[in-house]
Design a protein around this ligand. Structure first.
Ligand SMILES: [Zn+2]
Length: 303
């Protein structure tokens, strides 16, 4: 009796190794992984939906943090760049007393969070309240960065993506207040777009083509159309923004960027004419919104 069990055990172990059909082999449940192959797109689905929820939250926070940092620094230095007179310091300073910001005041988030009576949005010295532009810009940057990270795989490409998309609220707000897009911000936007395409391993030749095409089109409108209409239709800052946006766009989304930007621009223009008697309409907010929508659309199409 015991000899029989001993033999049966030996035989089963033997069969495990040889995978040979036998009476004993039937008693061993087959390993699922041997017979059923996972569908080819399972790893991607698992990455997005079955991933640990803490890890997902950390990804979102990291993306939001990057967007917030991009928005914060772009806003602080871009605002100063648009506001300063030639020869003055480039260092951001208090809008009331012109004292240069300390490093702590320049830090994203805590720069304004640690000021006394935070909710009245005071300037660093507390003499003026209602300075909401920096916090709002940072919060929008956080939201855009988090959303971008949600749509993009966790990879090096997310770094320029979230930093770059954080520049958009800063560019929009600065153009709204000063009618100027700082060259540095346009340049950074283009560089981040280039790095994003590069890190993704996409072909950046098409980005350059889209960028060149938008630049040519923008120049055409800025020079020819403005001469024809007798007033400035498009500033040179907008033209540079076109070129920087082209670095982010696929060839087939570039026309959508233009059409959407034009459509949102017309809507904003209607509002602008009601709230302001300034003839010079800031176009960058419409372009930034359009670019953000196009980039998100591209991410949804090919994460
Ligand atoms: Zn001050």
């Amino acid at each position: 009796m015991s000899l029989f069990f001993w033999f049966s055990r030996r035989q089963r172990i033997h069969n495990l190794g040889r995978k040979k059909d036998s009476f004993f082999h039937l008693s061993i449940p087959p390993k699922i992984s041997d017979n059923i192959l996972p569908p080819p797109n399972l790893p991607r689905l698992m990455h997005h939906h079955n991933h640990h929820i803490i890890a997902n939250l950390l990804h979102l926070l990291a993306g939001g943090g990057l967007g917030l940092i991009g928005a914060s620094l772009a806003m602080a230095f871009g605002w100063r760049s648009a506001d300063r007179l030639p020869g003055e310091s480039r260092r951001p300073q208090c809008v009331y007393c012109s004292r240069p910001h300390t490093w702590q005041e320049l830090s994203p988030l805590i720069g304004w969070l640690l000021r006394p009576d935070t909710l009245s949005f005071p300037c660093p010295c507390g003499q003026r309240t209602g300075v909401w532009q920096q916090p709002v810009c940072e919060l929008v940057g956080f939201a855009l960065g988090g959303l971008a990270m949600y749509l993009q795989d966790w990879s090096w490409a997310a770094l320029p993506l979230c930093l770059g998309i954080g520049l958009l609220p800063a560019i929009a707000l600065i153009d709204f207040y000063f009618g100027i897009i700082p060259d540095g911000l346009n340049f950074l936007l283009g560089v981040f777009g280039f790095l994003f395409v590069l890190f993704r391993g996409d072909d950046f030749f098409f980005g350059l083509v889209a960028s060149g095409a938008l630049l040519a089109l923008g120049l055409f409108f800025a020079i020819v159309y403005s001469k024809w209409r007798g007033r400035e239709m498009l500033g040179l800052g907008d033209v540079k923004l076109f070129a920087a946006a082209g670095m982010w766009l696929h060839l087939h989304t570039a026309p959508w960027f233009l059409a959407l930007g034009g459509f949102i621009g017309v809507l904003f223009n209607l509002i602008w004419r009601r709230i302001s008697d300034d003839k010079q309409f800031p176009f960058a907010p419409a372009l930034c919104l359009s670019l953000a929508l196009c980039v998100f659309y591209q991410l949804i199409g090919s994460p």
